[in-house]
Ligand binder design. Sequence first.
Ligand code: GLN
Length: 280
Amino acid sequence: MNINIAVDEGIKVLRSNFISSPQLDSEILMAKIINKDRNYVLLNSNKNLSKSDFKNFRELIQKRSLGKPVAYLTNKKYFWKSEFFVTEDTLIPRPDTELIIENVLRVTKHKKKLHILDIGVGSGCILLSILKENKTFYGTGIDISKNCINITKRNAINLKVISRIKLFKSNVDKFNLGKYDLIVANPPYIKKFDIKYLERDVAEFEPKLALNGGLDGLSEIRKTIKKSSELIRKNGIFILEIGFDQKNKVIKLLKNEGFFINIIQKDLAKNDRCVVCTKL
Ligand code: GLN
């Protein structure tokens, strides 16, 4: 058995199970099995594959066929400029969420030593990407999930920003520590009864805790806005990811808490996604 034949078999199995990127997924899963990167797989396709590697590869292909996302099978996802360790405890970092990073970099261009709070830090992808971009910034991350706190910690060590970060397992309501120049958040914002209509990979495998925004989708956003308004400095900036149909309601909530809306940016699919506002 060689790498090429196994990858081709993987592609066929994935395709027959209606997985949308069978070739890419098969190559990535092979790379995981032989502990190399995807380039190696492409360049060494006629190398021999051991029996046990082939068996393990087939198992991964089976799991992927049932919808389990590649990122959970490899425990890796690239976001902004770094690779993050992820598990089924964390949402898989999305390209749409990189809008938050772009905005942070734009509004903090000439700033130094800012204190940043990330509410619902998850894998750490937002906060750690920011800390990597500016070596003078300090970060605080909170999450209701202890497992997420541990995963962010692991990523912070990998990315060498652990000395500039503090992490707390906390409910957003209960957290009252510090004052922040900048607050970022990607809270759960899907309506509870809409989760089942998301793509199977998301609905069946990603953590409900990170998706479920309650009956109207806004229950965690409401808490996040209220808490941000308490913990942000005057003129501090708050950057929030929202659901595609939440713009008007979120503007109202933000104005009620004393925020001025700077911009609302659309994602690649042209949905309103990223709100940037300033505390007056
Ligand atoms: N954007 C995510 C999705 O694809 C939802 C993330 C969230 O609720 N914060 O469904």
